[in-house]
Design a protein around this ligand. Structure first.
Ligand SMILES: [Zn+2]
Length: 92
């Protein structure tokens, strides 16, 4: 997969990431995300961070009744922030 310097692909993947981490995406899209993350340092770093957070969340889910809906909203906000940071060329 060639890396899009405009990070358009990143943004699209980030939009899907919250679903991916909730296991709501089908396997093909999961593979797309993983394939992209393997070529894109920014996305790989985000994915690792998100995975750790989700693992924590899942561990909590075993003891708590459910994850608050607000968590999901905050999650998407976080992903958008990460995506916009990945999109801005500031490494100089
Ligand atoms: Zn990327």
């Amino acid at each position: 997969m060639t890396h899009d310097p405009s990070h358009t692909a990143c943004l699209e993947l980030f939009e899907k990431l919250s679903e991916y981490l909730d296991d709501e995406l089908d396997e093909q899209i999961c593979r797309q995300i993983e394939a992209h993350a393997s070529t894109c340092v920014a996305c790989r770093a985000c994915l690792e961070t998100l995975r750790q957070t989700v693992a924590l969340c899942r561990a909590m889910r075993r003891t708590e009744a459910s994850v608050p809906g607000a968590f999901s909203d905050r999650w998407k906000e976080y992903i958008r922030k990460m995506a916009s940071e990945a999109m801005s060329p500031h490494k100089s």
